[in-house]
Ligand binder design. Structure first.
Ligand code: THU
Length: 148
């Protein structure tokens, strides 16, 4: 299926951000989503510019399924990354997706409040941008743990 260009002009994303969104979109074909038929792919950039991708990986025991965002982030961390400077998520659905609550908490662990999170629909290229703190305001964070 041909991919329409990301609507960068509406969002005013820079070249690196556009490239990250594109990496998520082209990874979508690797999603393993036979049960939901809801493919998702993610691409994260770390603070040294490396990009890691992930897809949702479902299981016949549904609760074992893993979201694309966490697969991408865990791949980055396993490769030695510690800070994420941007994340892009693509879905095969017609409606724009926004990351699930569990993924928001995991993103917040390795990102800053102002780190951009892009979500796009692969077909139309419709893209929306949030910051991590918009997605997870007042989230549980390390200082609260240390105040016990
Ligand atoms: N999913 C993701 O990969 N990321 C999200 O942020 C939302 C949901 C996946 C999980 C499951 O494989 C499918 O989408 C339907 O929930």
């Amino acid at each position: 299926m041909p991919l329409h260009p990301v609507r960068e002009e509406r969002l005013n994303v820079n070249h690196d951000e556009g490239a990250l969104i594109e990496r998520a979109r082209v990874s979508l074909s690797r999603a393993y989503a036979p049960y939901s038929r809801f493919p998702v792919a993610a691409a994260v950039r770390d603070d040294s510019g490396r990009v890691f991708t992930g897809v949702n990986v479902e299981n016949v025991s549904f609760g074992l399924s893993m979201c694309a965002e966490r697969v991408a982030i865990f791949a980055a961390i396993a490769a030695g990354a510690r800070r994420i400077s941007a994340i892009a998520v693509a879905s095969g659905a017609a409606e724009l997706l926004s990351p699930c609550g569990a993924c928001r908490q995991v993103i917040a662990e390795f990102a800053s409040g102002d780190t951009p999170v892009y979500c796009c629909t692969a077909d139309s290229g419709e893209t929306r941008r949030w910051t991590v703190s918009e997605l997870l305001p007042d989230g549980f964070a390390a200082p609260q743990l240390r105040s016990r």
